[in-house]
Design a protein around this ligand. Structure first.
Ligand code: MN
Length: 452
């Protein structure tokens, strides 16, 4: 596959007639998010005239939202069909391809270099009414292990706290571990935040890979060639040469300031808590840079995390039950809590083994449903039909208390919660008898245009 930049991706969407251009002034505070949410599953939006009380307009840039709006978009970016998505991401992790270094001269992101950073030069939206200000939501953060130098990529919400100051939320994972290592050495952790990236690099940054695994190499495998990187100006890090904007800086040790509230993926506000901060030392960008935002709790945000999790779960569940066909995290569960597993049942214990494997490897999953191969796991109504007709609550469900859970689930107890497994499969060998679905030979073959 040819290397794709954010711009390549946008022109591909443009050719498909997907992009809507909005030239009227749109307020970065609330309005841009509200419009984008209305289109979250249909249109990529390009706002050419964002305005706000704080945005300086000193280097005007458009805002792009909804740069991927459905599974088909991610599948197209990876050059596969929707059902092949999880396997493709796994394949990429097994076939990592190292990045290549290019010179600053061939790096568009170096067209403008400013060592006096003013974050108010960027058109950063305020998304929801309870948010504590404007948050960067699409930046892929690059950092290195202070001991081994191993690179890490991850996405974090970052609040503008001043001209060159950001707040950052780090849930306990790779970046927080690196920051802790730096802090124990009384050192700042150098970081770079890259904005304006195509779905491949965004997805690679979300892959469930072990600590120390360079997510750039996953992107490389998916591109089919090493991603071109260029050195930063003020930190010892490397960033994609073709991205739109790079913010360089560091997380100082032992500094915590209140972060949040912020409207998060479950469609609730996560509360204010003390968290790390970022001091910026440099901004580099294209001369005509495009600012990318990912709307919180909208489809792009939800799918980015979901596809990576689905890929990981499929891998783990298949080790327990090889004949699992596919799975999906449903939209109704914010693509985190409600899992549907489609499987071919071969023995009586298959279903519970698959459900238990899912709970073991995905902390956020709270309800997991297993369905037969004649049920469409991507159609929530079909899944509800299976629960309605193939599940007896007293026999076919089980609850496991006291398991890892998402701290962002307001009904849970911090990071501990319960799991419910739902067996919505028919008894072994009954799909052609008592549980045979009604069907008509014309099903799926009628074109209504021939009738109306
Ligand atoms: Mn990582």
């Amino acid at each position: 596959m040819a290397y794709q930049t954010f711009r390549d991706w946008l022109s591909l969407l443009e050719q498909r007639g997907r992009v809507k251009h909005i030239s009227r002034p749109v307020d970065l505070t609330y309005e841009l998010t509200a419009v984008s949410k209305l289109c979250q599953s249909q249109h990529t939006l390009c706002f050419s005239h964002p305005v706000s009380d704080t945005y300086t307009q000193s280097m005007p840039m458009p805002v792009v939202a909804n740069s991927a709006v459905c599974r088909e978009d991610f599948a197209q970016a990876l050059g596969v069909s929707v059902p092949e998505l999880p396997e493709r991401l796994l394949w990429a992790q097994e076939h990592p391809l190292a990045p290549v270094m290019v010179s600053r001269d061939s790096a568009p992101v170096k067209e403008v270099i400013q060592t006096q950073v003013n974050l108010y030069d960027l058109p950063v939206p305020v998304h929801h009414e309870g948010d504590n200000g404007a948050f960067l939501t699409s930046g892929v953060l690059i950092a290195k292990n202070p001991v081994t130098g191993e690179r890490n990529l991850s996405i974090h919400r970052m609040q503008i706290r001043g001209e060159n100051q950001l707040g950052i939320l780090m849930v306990p994972h790779h970046l927080s571990a690196l920051q802790q290592m730096a802090e124990e050495r009384n050192e700042p952790l150098q970081i770079a935040v890259c904005i304006g990236l195509d779905p491949i690099l965004l997805l690679a940054s979300q892959a469930i890979a072990p600590m120390g695994f360079d997510e750039y190499t996953i992107a490389g495998a998916l591109y089919g060639e090493g991603i071109p990187l260029v050195p930063c100006e003020t930190v010892d890090l490397e960033v994609p040469a073709h991205c739109e904007i790079v913010l360089e800086g560091y997380i100082p040790p032992h500094v915590r300031k209140p972060e949040g509230p912020f409207g998060e993926y479950p469609q609730y506000y996560s509360p204010q808590e003390d968290s790390q901060v970022v001091t910026l030392t440099c901004l580099t960008c294209r001369r005509d840079a495009i600012y990318q935002t990912i709307i919180p709790a909208a489809e792009e945000h939800l799918l980015l995390g979901a596809i990576a999790r689905e890929s990981h779960m499929l891998d783990v569940i298949r080790q327990a039950v090889p004949h699992v066909r596919t799975l999906q995290l449903e939209r109704g569960g914010n693509r985190r809590t409600n899992l549907v597993i489609q499987m071919e049942k071969k023995t009586g214990g298959d279903v519970r083994a698959a459900l238990l494997a899912a709970f073991a490897c995905a902390p956020e999953v709270k309800f997991a449903v297993a369905v037969d191969t004649d049920v469409d796991p991507f159609d929530s109504l079909d899944v509800l039909w299976a629960i309605a007709t193939r599940c007896q609550p007293d026999e076919d469900t089980f609850i496991i208390p006291g398991v890892h859970a998402s701290a962002m689930d307001p009904s849970g107890h911090g990071k501990i919660g319960a799991k419910m497994g739902i067996d919505a499969t028919a008894p072994l060998g009954s799909l052609q008898s008592r549980f045979r679905r009604i069907k008509n030979p014309f099903d799926g073959a009628i074109d209504l245009q021939n009738y109306f």
